[in-house]
Design a binder for this molecule. Structure first.
Ligand SMILES: [Zn+2]
Length: 221
């Protein structure tokens, strides 16, 4: 909101400059000619300050559509937290969180940016970027109706391939990213302490109890 407020200030400056060319400003007898460099500068500043929030809103809507798809029709609403949102978030320590009843998904700063970085170069995704992909799928699985963390994460690992494809990643790269997540990041959860273990189950494997045998499973053929 701060950025938009600054943008609106520059919009007001532009309005004032244009208006003074049409109506004599206070203290003048006649309208004043427009100072073009000044007008160009304030318009450029208005656009520059409006861009980050507008871009964030666009990305949130885009992610909301994908999360709704993953949640199989249950309405998901993704919110990319700014630094301020994150500081004020009661679940600040969770990188992402979802409310099953409302479909609201919150991704902490800077995870939406990390996801954007992933989309710029999915073929050389870093571990962090793969986490951001998995986080979107994971929170969408909560919205789909699962509350248990281990089951939620298992549903997510089987759908990371689907998520990557929905995000526009090429098929072979999407498959590799999803498998890298499952083979590396997911398996690390088993040995990374009690917090991470809550997200892991040995039953989450091809042919095991939690395998949903999805036609487009991350670990499918
Ligand atoms: Zn969760």
């Amino acid at each position: 909101m701060l950025w938009l407020a600054i943008s609106l200030f520059f919009v007001w400056c532009a309005y004032r400059e244009i208006r003074s060319s049409l109506v004599a400003p206070p203290g003048y007898d006649d309208p004043q000619p427009i100072t073009k460099p000044y007008l160009a500068m304030v318009i450029a500043l208005a656009l520059a300050f409006a861009w980050p929030p507008v871009h964030r809103w666009y990305f949130e809507h885009y992610l909301s559509r994908i999360a709704t798809d993953l949640a199989e029709g249950r309405n998901a609403k993704v919110h990319c937290n700014t630094v301020w949102d994150t500081m004020l978030d009661t679940q600040m320590l969770a990188a992402g969180h979802a409310v099953i009843s409302t479909g609201e998904i919150g991704l902490q700063h800077p995870w939406c940016s990390t996801l954007q970085s992933y989309l710029h170069h999915p073929q050389r995704a870093s571990e962090e970027e793969l986490w951001s992909l998995g986080m979107l799928t994971h929170e969408s699985m909560h919205v789909r109706g699962e509350a248990n963390e281990a089951r939620t994460e298992c549903q997510a690992v089987q759908r990371n391939y689907r998520t990557a494809k929905l995000l526009g990643v090429a098929d072979a790269v999407a498959k590799k990213n999803a498998l890298d997540y499952y083979n590396n990041l997911y398996q690390q959860r088993a040995v990374s302490g009690i917090m991470q273990a809550a997200y892991y189950s040995a039953q989450c494997a091809p042919g095991k109890e939690w395998d949903e045998h999805l036609a487009d499973s991350s670990w499918g053929p």
